[in-house]
Ligand binder design. Structure first.
Ligand code: DP6
Length: 346
């Protein structure tokens, strides 16, 4: 019996992927922190089947059968079986998945979920062809598959930080897959914390797929893509130099740009809540008053990610608990940090 199990993390983008074309290709390069605790564990088990009428999936999420999800995964698997995984047509797939973070936490599960699935499928393909290859090529291939499932998932298969999307300054960068940039960054960035302030646990008012689509009619799209490329150049220099201030400025500018793009789309969306703005202002004030290098970023939703180097965790913890926690839904905060990347579970 063939089976594989992987635990794969979520990630938080600093330069945002917002806008895509073709078969899940990004309009601009993006870069992210790979998270440590927010992750999905997935096991895929193959059993024989007698027909070749397309993928057949039994999907269990946190122990519960989920048929709606199973048919979405079947559709995805049919789209990648040729040329990547012909075995999908020959076997029935039992997929068991669970997350370390609650469903209503506001953390997108597509990055961790799709990367965990991609790693399991690539692992099984190895087993079927009798290869024991877990080198760079394995992860690159898994990144391609993860990307086809969800763009941001392509970045989750590498430790600490990853870049997805072609950029002239970044050797081997590609629109087809992400690359790990651990060796290009100053060690201080490996210590970064990401405390996620849950301002609202509600489902997103606009899906990322719809959001990417809105960029096609956005009058600021072309200059935005150019801006992302320029910010990427500047951020890569800052990451390698350990320049936390430039890193923080660019990260905050990117978060606000993402939300500004949604505000000026047609139809327009306001994804922040009042609490998001209050928290952002408080972070900037605290930084100005104390000189502690603490910054924010946002996903396409109201929750605020608080970013800072590990050595400042005591001061920032105190600040968050006393000044930011009151803005969080039921005082909810998820403490995460930059992490080692996915893990094969044997
Ligand atoms: C705002 O990767 O969720 O989080 O490719 O349609 O699945 P799909 O979109 P998705 O978009 C993520 C958008 C973002 C920014 C980012 O992660 O880079």
């Amino acid at each position: 019996m063939y089976s594989a199990q992987w635990k794969s993390p979520s990630n938080i983008a600093l330069i945002k992927y917002w806008g895509k074309y073709g078969n899940q290709l990004p309009r601009n390069p993006s870069v992210s922190f790979t998270l440590d605790s927010a992750s999905t564990t997935t096991r895929v088990t193959l059993t024989e089947k007698n027909d070749k009428n397309g993928a057949h999936v039994d999907f269990l999420f946190e122990g519960q059968k989920n048929d709606a999800f199973a048919s979405r995964i079947e559709k995805f698997l049919n789209s990648i079986s040729n040329p990547y995984f012909p075995f999908i047509q020959d076997y029935r797939l039992r997929i068991e998945s669970s997350n370390t973070f609650p469903h209503s936490s506001g953390i997108a599960s597509s990055a961790s979920g799709m990367s965990a699935l991609a790693l399991c499928l690539s692992d099984i393909q190895n087993q079927l062809t009798g290869t024991e290859d877990f080198s760079e090529a394995f992860y690159r291939h898994a990144s391609v598959i993860a990307r086809l499932g969800s763009g941001s998932a392509s970045r989750s298969v590498f430790p600490f930080m990853a870049v997805w999307g072609t950029h002239p300054d970044i050797y081997e960068s590609s629109d087809a897959y992400a690359i790990g940039i651990e060796e290009k960054i100053d060690p201080v960035f490996k210590t970064f914390h990401d405390d996620i302030l849950i301002i609202s646990p509600k489902e997103k008012s606009v899906s990322s797929t719809a959001g990417h689509q809105l960029m096609e009619g956005n009058p600021f799209a072309a200059p935005r893509y150019e801006q992302a490329r320029q910010r990427m150049s500047a951020l890569m220099v800052a990451l390698s130099a350990g320049d936390i201030e430039t890193f923080g400025r660019i990260s905050e500018d990117e978060a606000l740009t993402l939300h500004a793009l949604m505000m000026c789309s047609d139809p327009s969306y306001i994804l922040m809540e009042e609490g998001s703005l209050s928290v952002i202002k408080a972070i900037r004030q605290f930084r100005q008053d104390t000189k502690v290098p603490v910054y924010f970023t946002l996903d396409a939703g109201p929750n605020v990610h608080v970013l800072y180097p590990g050595e400042f965790s005591q001061q920032v913890d105190h600040f968050i608990n006393s000044e930011l926690k009151p803005y969080c839904h039921n005082g909810r905060i998820i403490h995460d940090k930059a992490g080692q990347g996915p893990q094969k579970i044997v």
